[in-house]
Design a binder for this molecule. Structure first.
Ligand code: NIG
Ligand code: FE
Length: 411
């Protein structure tokens, strides 16, 4: 690795302030008067300028000044449903008038109304509807994102969603990790037959996987979703293919979802407002990341907080994501999700930044990004801020100077 990353480098940035997120350097892993270099898409140097192994001009084909800007790893949005058609603004109005998310779902609205719109859309229409949302995330510093299926709920429509998710990544120069979430809601053609639906969805998985469309498997384990037993069947289908799992767990009630995710060695348990301490312990033992989704908490005006003290006590890594979706979290900024995580869940701005970088990468099973370290991918954001805490402080606004993915500028 070292030999491969030896100078000459492709690019060297001087006068940089690095928030490396290394654990051995104190808050944010800060390096003042830093230098950052990359080669062949990987970080080759991230350290104090004084430790450069020679004169800058002799080290890289291109040497530039970052003019004192703060630089972080590219942000990672590890939980989105950003491929969908239509919107749910009317449902938003109904909820403001007192209808609950569950009530709307039981009436056939909610997720199923997005399913109707998504089934009707062609692949091109779905791509056109989804690209602006991914562009918005990228403009705010996101270089890797996860996108779930789950608004198709039949083989062709789930496949269409996953294909669009892959195309979003290709069009925008971002890494997209796809997650199969057919167990999101019961489609009308299977009304009253959830077990049959799960069996059908488990049958689609090998075919979609064979097409290279699935990186992980998820389910909505909830009273208005699927039971733990049905979730388990979906997880077994994933395991048979060697696919990792993650779970919408314990969002509205405690069905033991987080513990189930941990039992399967899950990458993450997401939402987890109602998760108890025994399940947190199981997550810690299994290395399952807690994905906090403050956007959904905020929009649904929830009051039950995730078990933050327990997560900290058992050192469970906490990630923060947008949950970008048309129903519970029409949130198109990961920085805003970080801000909401601080305000609602009392994360520190540093925890929020680690949650949107290194811990989020881990929630996707990615260990090659999330920190500014030699050998990691050169996914790098330069920011117009005076301190990294500002990344979780501003509500909106444009704070990005530039975004590089694997050393290539994409913004
Ligand atoms: O993460 N809870 C289920 N899934 C989404 C909501 C999807 C929707 O309402 O369209 C979530 O909150
Ligand atoms: Fe979600």
């Amino acid at each position: 690795m070292i030999g491969r990353l030896a100078p000459p480098w492709d690019r060297l940035l001087l006068d940089a302030r690095l928030a490396t997120l290394r654990d051995d350097l104190g808050a944010y892993g800060v390096i003042e008067d830093g230098a950052l270099a990359w080669k062949d898409g990987l970080i080759a140097f991230a350290g104090p300028r004084g430790e450069l192994p020679g004169e800058p001009a002799a080290l890289a084909a291109r040497v530039e000044s970052a003019e004192g800007r703060w630089i972080t790893p590219g942000l990672v949005d590890c939980h989105t449903h950003l491929v969908f058609a239509g919107d749910r603004a009317q449902e938003f109005e109904r909820r403001l008038q007192g209808a609950s998310y569950e009530q709307i779902a039981r009436e056939g609205g909610g997720i199923l109304s997005t399913v109707r719109a998504t089934r009707q859309a062609s692949e091109e229409e779905l791509l056109a509807a989804s690209l602006p949302r991914a562009r918005a995330l990228r403009a705010d510093g996101v270089t890797t994102l996860e996108i779930k299926s789950g608004y198709g709920l039949d083989f062709d429509s789930e496949r269409k969603m996953l294909r669009v998710a892959r195309r979003v990544g290709e069009e925008l120069g971002l890494t997209v990790r796809t997650t199969f979430l057919a167990a999101h809601a019961l489609p009308p053609e299977f009304a009253g037959r959830p077990d049959d639906y799960i069996a059908a969805a488990c049958g689609w998985l090998p075919r979609l996987h064979a097409e290279g469309l699935v990186d992980a498997v998820d389910a909505f384990c909830e009273g208005i979703g699927f039971t733990p037993a049905q979730t388990r069947r979906m997880f077994q289908a994933a395991r048979a293919l060697g696919l990792p799992v993650k779970l919408h767990a314990d969002q509205l009630s405690n069905l033991g979802g987080a513990a189930l995710a941990a039992e399967f060695g899950g990458l993450s348990a997401d939402h987890i407002e109602w998760t108890d301490e025994a399940a947190v312990r199981a997550m810690a033992a299994a290395g399952t990341v807690a994905v906090l989704l403050p956007g959904a908490f905020h929009v649904l005006r929830e009051t039950k907080l995730p078990p933050l003290a327990e997560l900290r006590a058992h050192a469970v890594p906490m990630a923060v994501a947008t949950d970008l979706n048309p129903g519970t979290s029409p949130l198109q900024s990961l920085r805003l999700a970080m801000s909401l995580a601080c305000t609602h869940f009392r994360l520190t701005p540093e925890e929020a930044l680690r949650g949107a970088t290194v811990h989020a990468a881990r929630a996707l099973g990615l260990h090659d990004r999330g920190r500014l370290l030699p050998g990691q991918r050169a996914d790098v954001v330069q920011w117009e801020v005076a301190h990294p805490a500002e990344l979780a402080y501003w509500l909106g606004g444009d704070r990005v100077h530039s975004v590089h993915v694997a050393g290539r500028r994409v913004d």
